[in-house]
Design a protein around this ligand. Sequence first.
Ligand SMILES: N[C@@H](CCC(=O)N[C@@H](CS)C(=O)NCC(=O)O)C(=O)O
Length: 210
Amino acid sequence: MITLYGPPASSAGRCYWTLEEIGLGYETPEFSMKNKDHKAPEFLKLNPNGKVPALVDGDLVLWESIAINAYLAAKYAPALLGTTPPDNARVTQWSVWSQVEYQPPLIALFIQKMFVPAERRDGEVIKKSIEKGEALNAIVDAHLEGRNYMVGDAFTLADLNVASVARLNTIGGISLEARPNLKRWLDAMLDRPARQKVNALENASRAAAH
Ligand SMILES: N[C@@H](CCC(=O)N[C@@H](CS)C(=O)NCC(=O)O)C(=O)O
């Protein structure tokens, strides 16, 4: 049995999404960030970084959400990695880019909007994050001109990993109206039944935390 640690409304979300796309059975032990379960000694044995997600599949213990997704695809649904070496490389390119380039400004904005009380928000951080986020959105928008998917003509982890970050735009208050290709693609990705299932899991886990 596959075990995924971490709530769906966290970096673990993209791993839930992959598990749901593949249709794998998995278990998710009760996990509270509020109670600092991610810093508990038992969890640190799985992920010494003290961060979610972590995945256990048989003897394999794995952390870093992008690596977890790549593993799940390689073992259970290889087409998600692209079906040719160039497409496989493109899926890796966009997946890495989503983490090291795209996510930092959008997460900074998300944190300001969601976690920092209005009177303590840092206007400079918000301004810079929006500028950077807009520039990166433009890259995705231009890439998606005439395309339905980030790589090739089918859904891959490039779509899943980039969309998992792109959805932060709306939460952070960046409108995608001026990015028609990005908006059309993101709407389609977020409409996928597997992502809808993760949204339901997110809502249920938020409700349970209150
Ligand atoms: N690069 C890591 C990021 C993991 C990460 O930052 N997780 C956050 C939740 S979204 C976390 O566990 N934060 C707790 C902490 O930093 O103490 C991944 O994608 O797996």
